[in-house]
Design a protein around this ligand. Structure first.
Ligand SMILES: [Zn+2]
Length: 493
């Protein structure tokens, strides 16, 4: 090697060393930003750091999880606790110092879900919206788009849209909230667990200066409306509670950034339960045993529990003088597609499928869920009515009314193919000891059957208290259920 090269290499090394020594001696290595807070606001996880960090997200499978890497970043000296309630799709949140300068936050998920990441230009706040999707199509109701693990990153530099004006337009039949925005942004409508409450999430919207303080349309379908604006534009929400099972949908105007939230009486929700034709579908049957529960040497099959409850529902509905069609009345094998086909051929008003839930690992989940297809507003209304009544009697966790696309991209075939409002009830977990003891109990089966009928009646005729008051004096009750479920602002959550 020529001397001139050796000199050059030594010079570079010395220079590098000098820089290193200088940096250490003056302590000029700046303190890395640290993780400050993890805060849930509905389905959005806010990740706050003390300075600018770069955020990288990706998903891993088995178990399904979203990984969020923050760099450069360190853990704070004081331990942090996540704030707020994680959405049901999240099993747990973990975080740790993954590398010297990388903090990793991991969300363990129960179901596949989309997510969208937004960051502020300052780089100290990242918002991970679960269930949010690609900005196109612009209007997204829960489950409107296929579940996917692909991250859909929103543009971090685009300023939030502003909500300029709102106006209710009401007729006797429906109430429509028209909202004028400065630009189109994705929004999402999602049922809340309790009663007839939904939330419209607007993750990139900040309130304008001229919004009303009172959003009440004074319409018999609408019980309460609460707007929670976020001046930073990270997330504004509208919570709406209806007096009965109602069909809610959102839609953008074709050529202007005006979004309409429409509240309607859902399909087949007129008249009396006795005038309705209901198809009851006991899940599985024959060679399809469904999920399995084990008590020592004895085995319980989902198909048998589903049939037992379904026959009770049939008897109760017949007593009500309603018309009932069963997809099976014994342990016969019925093709999946023949079930909704039968309901469609009969021109039934409702399709109700009864199942038991299960998890890969016994005793890892408990509770009641009612599924509706994709973002169908009528199916969602029926699911809310039935979930409300069934969850009230099971004595098990209320897992809410949920879209079936949270489970399969295309949803459940029996719901997708049904042309009438359709739901699938997962009464309880057959491979959870506590749930299974209940599922096997004839008294519990009867309570559930009665609750399913009560939910159906509430969908068709309205809630009992509301019916009484309307019959007598035409005054809307303060609360549809007499339950003091106040709508909370994010600060209270
Ligand atoms: Zn099943």
């Amino acid at each position: 090697m020529p001397t001139v090269w050796r000199v050059a290499i030594v010079a570079v090394l010395v220079g590098w060393l000098a820089i290193r020594v200088l940096a250490q001696s003056t302590g000029s290595a700046p303190a890395l930003p640290s993780l400050q807070a993890l805060r849930w606001e509905e389905s959005v996880l806010n990740i706050l750091t003390s300075g600018k960090v770069t955020v990288n997200t990706f998903t891993l499978r088995e178990p399904l999880r979203v990984v969020i890497d923050l760099s450069p970043c360190t853990l704070p000296t004081e331990a942090i606790q996540p704030e707020g309630d994680a959405p049901t799709v999240v099993e747990r949140v973990r975080w740790g110092q993954f590398k010297e300068d990388v903090v990793r936050v991991v969300l363990d998920l129960r179901d596949n879900t989309q997510y969208a990441l937004s960051t502020l230009p300052e780089g100290n706040l990242a918002m991970l919206a679960l269930g949010a999707g690609n900005p196109s199509p612009l209007v997204q109701q829960a489950g409107a788009t296929p579940a996917s693990s692909n991250p859909a990153k929103t543009n971090p530099v685009q300023p939030p849209a502003e909500l300029l004006a709102v106006e209710w337009q009401t007729t006797e039949e429906d109430a429509r909230l028209r909202m004028q925005l400065t630009r189109r942004v994705p929004v999402r409508l999602r049922p809340l667990k309790e009663g007839y409450s939904l939330i419209l999430e607007m993750p990139q919207v900040k309130p304008g200066a001229d919004l009303p303080s009172n959003w009440d349309p004074k319409h018999p379908l609408v019980d309460a409306v609460e707007f929670a604006g976020d001046a930073t534009g990270t997330r504004s929400t509208i919570r709406i509670r209806t007096t009965r099972a109602a069909s809610l949908s959102v839609e953008y105007d074709k050529d202007q950034p005006v979004i309409t939230l429409a509240v309607n009486r859902p399909r087949n929700a007129h008249g009396k339960l006795s005038e309705k034709h209901i198809v009851i579908d006991p899940g599985h049957g024959g060679t399809s045993k469904g999920a399995v529960g084990r008590d020592g040497n004895s085995v319980v099959y989902e198909k048998d529990i589903a049939l037992a409850i379904a026959l009770l529902v049939r008897d109760l509905l017949l007593k009500e003088k309603a018309t009932v069609t069963m997809t099976r009345e014994d342990d016969s094998t019925v093709d999946l597609y023949d079930r909704p086909k039968l309901a469609n051929e009969k021109g039934a008003d409702f399709f109700i499928s009864i199942h038991c839930d299960s998890t890969p690992k016994p005793n890892s989940a408990s509770g009641t869920t009612t599924y509706f297809h994709a973002s169908d507003p009528d199916g969602r209304a029926l699911a809310q009515a039935i979930q409300k009544h069934v969850a009230a009697v099971t004595g098990l966790p209320n897992r809410g009314a949920q879209t079936d696309t949270a489970i399969y991209q295309s949803g459940f075939a029996v719901l997708r193919r049904s042309e009438m409002p359709a739901v699938l009830i997962e009464v309880a977990y057959i491979n959870n000891d506590k749930d299974r003891a209940k599922l096997k109990d004839p008294k519990f089966q009867r309570k559930v059957a009665e609750a399913i009928v009560a939910g159906l009646r509430a969908y068709v005729e309205g809630e009992k208290e509301a019916r009484l008051v309307q019959d007598e004096v035409q005054i809307r009750p303060a609360s549809s259920e007499g339950e003091d479920e106040r709508i909370q602002t994010p600060e209270q959550l």
